[in-house]
Design a binder for this molecule. Structure first.
Ligand code: ADP
Ligand code: MG
Length: 141
């Protein structure tokens, strides 16, 4: 049986500044992702710290959360069969130097930190991240 899965993606501040929102959303739709919900907003560094709490002990935590709160972002709830893994494939490697041709990071990332896009990496993180940005009533379609 085919089961739909949901994942959370963020067009990061670097990609918004590069006017890449439209191109990235087009990639989602062309690759079979259905957009359940979407919003553009800015988050504080404290909010970014909550979102990335799993990385709190990493050396890049402070810099990453500062970057994520440096300007507008676009957050989307996406739905598709195998959405979590398929989005990770479409995104490409964290470090754009290793990102595969045709991926979003290959096209838009500047470096390993300013890498254009976030995507949930597992079912539990997808649940946490979707509920971080969207209330249940926003995901009812
Ligand atoms: P991904 O976003 O591919 O899941 P991670 O979860 O490992 O990657 O890291 C979260 C984010 O932290 C990355 O997307 C990137 O913005 C930043 N990051 C990861 N590794 C580094 C690093 N070595 N130096 C600076 N920033 C990093
Ligand atoms: Mg990750």
């Amino acid at each position: 049986m085919k089961t739909l899965q949901r994942t959370l993606t963020i067009v990061k501040p670097d990609a918004v500044k590069k006017n890449a929102i439209g191109d990235i959303i087009e990639q989602f739709e062309k690759n079979g992702f259905h957009i359940l919900a979407m919003k553009m907003l800015e988050i504080s560094q404290h909010q970014a710290e909550q979102f990335y709490a799993v990385h709190a002990s990493r050396p890049f935590y402070h810099s990453l959360t500062k970057f994520m709160s440096s300007g507008p972002i676009v957050v989307l709830a996406l739905e598709k069969e195998n959405a979590i893994a398929d989005l990770r494939t479409l995104m490409g490697s964290t470090n754009p130097a290793n990102a595969e041709e045709g991926t979003i990071r290959k096209k838009w990332a500047t470096n390993i930190e300013h890498n254009a896009i976030h995507g949930s990496d597992a079912e539990d993180t997808a649940r946490y991240e979707l509920s971080f940005f969207f209330a249940g009533y926003e995901l009812t379609q």
